[in-house]
Design a protein around this ligand. Structure first.
Ligand code: GUN
Ligand code: FE
Length: 449
């Protein structure tokens, strides 16, 4: 069984199906109504493959393959802080927890240990693609690229750019050094993965308050020159929005600050977008900018409730981000669940139509995320020509199990659910124990012990 998003509202279930993946990790055939016999006698000869050459992974009854999750916004160096935020909100959270931790990762053995763990942990939760913020440190950022490539996670790697309004111990010296250091991390990726098969650089101005206009202009120019995507934060917290107004009085809104510096394009991922005005959403739509919804983080550090139904209705592409460690969990399944709950908090303010369905939040975690990172032709679903980024999900005992009752006779305990209900149980009660195996580009990168 294969389950995937057909559209925002519809989950597709393919049963008794088989998917054939070549040595490059590309899906070359997808056959419904295909048993072992048909696969061996009909499909393999058509592909010119012999049974001895292929490895077979068969799901057991009740298990299903699901597209790998896409985390469109995660801070790798903040992983040790996951769960630690107290009662802080964004600006004091950054100074109290975040800058000290990020700065400490210039010690390479520490970066090695933290980055290895965050990659392995997110893979174990089914995250096959992640858009990472690293730190300002070049060697540690390069190490994150190396580790994603060797462990096998598809990743966007962004050296964090910040030449303003940050502590002396953790700030770029100037716009010029910030750009030079960013180029050094881009050059490193060009050496280890020249065609960006797995690893792609992403330009990462931390957020407007920590960037000078000069730095933002130069990053905009670098984007136009290289075509590499951009990620940043927008309108996460009310005090942050106020600060941006004070720092950039000439711009109509927070979003206009990025737009005015050449940083709002169809390859820009804007995280949070909690307090956007209608003018801003219209501008983002016009530029075809993308949004990373980070519900765990927005609740944890009390940023607010993003109006996802509104963004979707406006035609803006939305994906999900864990935003570790503003978000406490490295799991996109948790973000899926929290996105659903936050949409109900929005609904409780009066408009019931803002509720997101299970189908919709799973779309955001897969296909929506693929669009946000610009890889919708490659990942986020199962189709011939796409790549095998997938997770095998098992829900414990889903085979029909019976107990005898003296009065009523046999009673079903498990296995009575419809497939829709089975997926709902996974969304609300599942965790990494249900993620039995994970593949990226055809390579097995995680297997539950
Ligand atoms: N805004 C600027 N930096 C950060 C960060 O590290 N996390 C979050 N959530 N928001 C930010
Ligand atoms: Fe963030």
């Amino acid at each position: 069984s294969f389950v995937q998003s057909k559209s925002l509202e519809v989950l597709e279930f393919l049963h008794d199906a088989a998917i054939f993946v070549d040595e490059k990790g590309v899906i070359v055939a997808l056959e419904e109504g295909c048993d072992q016999k048909k696969a061996e006698e009909t499909i393999l000869p058509k592909l010119g493959w012999s049974i001895g050459e292929v490895s077979v992974k068969a799901a057991e009854p009740g298990q299903f393959f699901f597209p790998g999750f896409i985390d469109t916004h995660i801070h790798a160096p903040q992983y040790p802080n996951a769960g630690i935020f107290g009662k802080t909100t964004l600006l004091d959270w950054l100074n109290t927890y975040t800058f000290p931790m990020e700065s400490s990762l210039s010690v390479l053995p520490k970066a090695n240990s933290v980055y290895t763990r965050v990659i392995q942990r997110t893979l174990s939760h089914g995250t096959t693609t992640a858009s990472y913020y690293a730190t300002i440190d070049v060697p540690a950022t390069n190490l994150l690229s190396d580790l994603c490539l060797s462990i096998g996670q598809r990743a966007f790697i962004g050296r964090c750019c910040m030449d303003s309004l940050a502590p002396d111990y953790y700030r770029d010296e100037s716009a010029a050094t910030s750009i030079a250091d960013t180029k050094a991390t881009i050059d490193h990726i060009a050496r280890i993965d020249p065609k960006n098969v797995l690893i792609t650089p992403i330009l990462t101005p931390r957020f407007a308050p920590s960037c000078t206009p000069d730095l933002m202009h130069q990053l905009g120019a670098l984007h136009r020159e290289t075509g590499f995507p951009i990620q940043t934060h927008v309108s996460e917290n009310k005090n942050e929005v106020k600060l941006v107004k004070e720092l950039f009085p000439d711009f109509e809104t927070y979003t206009h600050v990025y737009d005015g510096h050449g940083l709002l394009t169809n390859k820009t991922i804007l995280a949070h977008a909690v307090h956007l005005t209608e003018v801003e959403v219209d501008l983002i739509k016009k530029r075809e900018g993308k949004i990373s919804h980070c519900p765990c983080s927005n609740s944890a550090i009390t940023s607010g409730t993003a109006k996802v139904r509104w963004l979707l209705d406006k035609g803006v592409e939305v994906g999900l981000g864990t935003d570790v460690s503003g978000g406490y969990s490295p799991s996109i399944l948790e973000a899926v669940r929290q996105a659903l709950l936050v949409s109900r908090h929005v609904a409780m303010e009066g408009d019931d139509s803002t509720k997101l369905s299970i189908e919709e939040v799973l779309y955001l975690g897969t296909k929506g995320g693929a669009k946000v990172v610009g890889l919708e032709d490659k990942i986020g679903g199962f189709r011939v020509g796409m790549e095998w980024d997938a997770q095998l999900i098992g829900l414990g005992s889903v085979e029909m199990e019976e107990v005898e009752d003296e009065k009523t006779g046999p009673v079903d305990i498990f296995g009575w659910e419809s497939w829709d209900e089975r997926v709902a149980k996974w969304v609300f009660n599942g965790d990494d124990r249900n993620t039995l195996a994970v593949w990226v580009k055809g390579r097995l990168v995680h297997k539950r012990k």
